[in-house]
Write a protein that binds this ligand. Structure first.
Ligand code: 5GP
Length: 206
């Protein structure tokens, strides 16, 4: 809990691959250093420019499966190319208890599983302004084979069909506007009465 007795806010951000949610989350965190980004574990290979422990914890399939067995992940999913992606439990539990706001950037399977464990989590879906923009961004990455890109596009359509299960949708037509929407959501959620019950308790003494 923080100084006001408020637990940290758990924001779960999903959206199709290539929609730019990573950029939006990084910009939000750059402007709000009190918000922390959870680093996932994955079995996929490292891309150029990615850093161990910053982009992901890159682990072997054996290591990931032992993390599942040891209950070290709050959720996980098998996504592209049969690779595992999962959220380490220790970071989330520690930061929430310390009253820090955290962002999980995960797919919709993971988002819905987090909501089961943490019903107070806020689920935000980042949508592309149009599908052609998404195709262009995926092509611009040049890090994927044609088959893998087809798979990502197929999964992108599946992801978009789940938007109704989220609390908020943010269209990423400009990073600036999308970050402003995230800031508005963060602020509104922090002011919900149900998140400020400790503060209200102090009024009883007046
Ligand atoms: P990429 O391979 O492009 O880094 O990520 C692919 C997808 O994996 C992203 O859309 C992201 O939402 C999802 N992802 C990343 N980390 C996790 C995680 O810990 N759990 C789940 N369920 N999905 C994740």
């Amino acid at each position: 809990m923080d100084a006001t007795g408020r637990s940290g806010l758990l924001m779960v951000v999903s959206g199709p691959s290539g929609v730019g949610k990573g950029t939006v989350c990084r910009e939000l965190i750059a402007r709000h250093p009190e918000v922390r980004l959870s680093v996932s574990a994955t079995t996929r290979s490292k891309r150029a420019g990615e850093e161990e422990g910053v982009s992901y914890f890159f682990v072997t399939k054996e290591k990931f499966e032992s993390m599942i067995e040891q209950n070290e992940l709050i959720e996980y999913a098998k996504l592209f190319n049969n690779n595992y992606y999962g959220t380490p439990r220790s970071f989330v539990e520690r930061e929430i208890a310390a009253g820090h706001d955290i962002v999980l950037e995960i797919d919709y399977h993971g988002a819905l599983n987090v909501k089961k464990t943490y019903p107070e989590a806020v689920l935000i879906f980042v949508a592309p302004p149009e599908l052609s923009a998404l195709k262009e961004r995926l092509l611009a990455r040049h890090s994927e084979s044609a088959a893998s890109m087809e798979e990502r596009l197929g999964i992108a359509l599946e992801e978009i069909s789940k938007v109704k299960l989220y609390d908020y949708v943010v269209v990423n037509d400009s990073v600036e506007k999308a970050v402003a929407c995230f800031e508005a959501i963060l602020s509104a959620e922090k002011h919900r009465v149900c998140r400020n019950l400790n503060l209200l308790d102090t009024f009883k003494e007046v």
